[in-house]
Write a protein that binds this ligand. Structure first.
Ligand code: ZN
Length: 565
């Protein structure tokens, strides 16, 4: 690499003055897992005058796209081929830097395969949201990931190591013995856990709640009085509402309640349908619905996913689940009313907040409107005038808040431990290697997943970060710049990651060039030292043409922050 950089430096100086700017792009194995693909894509990268690539080399249950003694090579790589080794050669020949991209927190594969097949106990316990994560709280997990990353740095002429998903999926994790014990030892009291068999429970909750109960029997309430769980009888049928995004934000008491409810409904795999309305599908990601499917499956209830076209086939007395279905057509709410009156069962998870305007749906759930959206820690308590949920011991909100605070501090620390260990190891192997990370671009979002990148920069256990600011809204991006510059006024260690694709009707398409241009202009106006694009698959000929004749017309060598050495 050194010689190539030198050649580039000389060439630049001959031309009189050199441009230094980080012009990076993320790429997936689909763009370099064979010699042909790598050739084809590296030519495009060079044509766009990009100078730093971030190829994904480790993900999917510990699958590698480099030769590793610790992880198997991906199955779709031609026998004997070394994707990263080949890519480094091709890139360096063109003066393009290579940062090996690792996915740390998210497992990205079935637990029956890969790392978790050998080490089932390395899996994060909790947040039963259907996603599988590494438990970075365990030293053995951190050591393993550190070793894989350092092995790559040792054996390949890469310019840096790149963390991704260097976080958890939330804060309410992990419930394994190791983490519980380590926490109790460190802080002197038991950690947050979800093992309470009865409400009240203290939970991290996001909710689009329904309100204004009419005929519904409210079984549990949030601490600000809004119904949390309600049941409504309508003729021969019944509807149960869990009034928040409960999948992944449950507790044993709720799991028990939902299990008992589904049993009472007589829900079996043959008679349980999960309705995903076409209107909701068109407007929202299927996150809540998918998480709920996995949650219910974990409780022993399989659901069959359908849309409105299959409603006619739903038998009388069956069970339908509507999770995160905010928009429901009037025809469907009328069907729901008829279905329920005839002895059908409904389980709503999170309020159908737009559809509730329809009277037929109001009659099904026994609620007349909505309450305000919230995302906060809340106590869910049994309501006073009901005898379905038997109350457990009272909850002291102040004590629980302290528990949460310390728990988050502890979880955050475990992520930082890994960053620190890799940084230390990398600098010992190759002092000039750059250790960097893709991070949530808003501090508030990063905090919610225990990703303390501001702390890493302050401590100096990361060289620079690449906030993933994929928004299409330039006012959002402007807010992000303001937040970043408050911390790093000269944007020396924050290099924005911008998207070059957009979502249209659920599909990813190349982003409108005018939008890409305006966001690059914003980078310039905020004096960034470059940016990264996500992702190479959307580097179109049009964009290459624009970059190489416009903002990136002058060739540049990649910017890196001063290290103080
Ligand atoms: Zn754990």
């Amino acid at each position: 690499m050194k010689t190539h950089l030198l050649a580039l430096l000389l060439a630049a100086s001959v031309c009189g003055g050199e441009t230094v700017q980080h012009r990076g792009i993320w790429l997936h194995p689909d763009q370099f897992k064979t010699p042909q693909l790598a050739e084809e894509w590296i030519a495009k990268i060079a044509a766009a005058h990009l100078n730093a690539i971030y190829p994904l080399v480790w993900y999917h249950g510990g699958t590698a796209w480099f030769k590793s003694a610790l992880s198997p090579m991906a199955a779709d790589v031609p026998e004997g081929f070394d994707p990263l080794g080949n890519l480094v050669k091709l890139a360096h020949a063109r003066g393009i830097a290579v940062h090996a991209w690792f996915v740390n927190g998210s497992y990205g594969g079935p637990v029956t395969k890969g790392v978790f097949a050998q080490h089932p106990d390395w899996q994060l316990q909790g947040d039963r949201g259907g996603e599988t994560w590494y438990d970075l709280g365990q030293p053995a997990v951190r050591d393993f990931q550190r070793d894989v990353m350092l092995e790559c740095l040792k054996n390949y002429d890469v310019d840096g190591l790149h963390f991704d998903y260097i976080r958890y999926s939330g804060q309410v994790i992990c419930y394994c013995d190791h983490c519980q014990h380590e926490f109790a030892e460190k802080y002197g009291f038991r950690p947050l856990n979800r093992s309470e068999e009865r409400f009240p429970a203290f939970l991290d909750i996001g909710a689009n709640p329904l309100g204004k109960p009419t005929t519904a029997n409210v079984l549990a309430v949030f601490d600000h009085g809004v119904p949390a769980i309600a049941v409504n009888h309508l003729d021969a049928g019944e509807a149960v509402l869990v009034n928040w995004q409960a999948a992944g934000h449950s507790c044993l008491a709720l799991d028990n309640f939902v299990t008992a409810t589904m049993k009472r409904f007589g829900a079996t795999a043959k008679t349980t349908y999960q309705i995903h309305t076409t209107q909701t599908a068109a407007k929202y990601q299927p996150t809540e619905q998918e998480k709920t499917r996995v949650w219910l499956k974990g409780l022993g209830f399989s659901t069959k996913l359908i849309d409105e076209s299959a409603l006619a086939k739903v038998p009388k007395g069956a069970t339908v689940v509507l999770a995160g279905q905010y928009l429901i057509s009037e025809e469907t709410t009328k069907w729901l009313e008829g279905f329920t009156r005839a002895g059908g069962h409904c389980l709503f998870v999170d309020g159908p907040v737009f559809a509730i305007k329809q009277e037929s749906l109001q009659r099904v759930v026994g609620m007349g409107g909505t309450a305000k959206y919230f995302h906060d820690w809340k106590i869910v308590s049994p309501a006073p005038d009901q005898d379905v949920l038997k109350p457990g011991p009272p909850v002291d909100a102040a004590k629980e808040r302290e528990r949460v605070e310390k728990w988050v501090e502890y979880r955050r620390g475990t992520v930082t431990e890994l960053v620190r260990a890799v940084y230390k190891g990398a600098k010992a192997i190759k002092p000039r290697a750059w250790v960097n990370a893709a991070v949530f671009y808003k501090k508030e979002s990063a905090d919610k997943v225990c990703q303390d990148w501001y702390g890493w920069l302050r401590e100096g256990c990361i060289d620079y970060v690449l906030p993933m600011a994929y928004t299409e809204k330039n006012d959002e991006l402007a807010k992000a710049f303001a937040e970043w510059r408050e911390f790093d006024p000269r944007m020396e260690r924050i290099i924005p990651g911008l998207s070059i694709y957009s979502r249209q009707e659920g599909k990813a398409v190349p982003r409108d060039l005018a939008l890409v241009r305006s966001q690059l202009d914003m980078c310039k106006a905020n004096a960034t030292h470059g940016n990264l694009f996500f992702t190479l698959a959307y580097l179109t000929d049009e964009l290459i043409q624009f970059l190489s004749t416009g903002p990136f017309a002058e060739p540049a060598k990649p910017y890196y922050p001063k290290t103080g050495e």
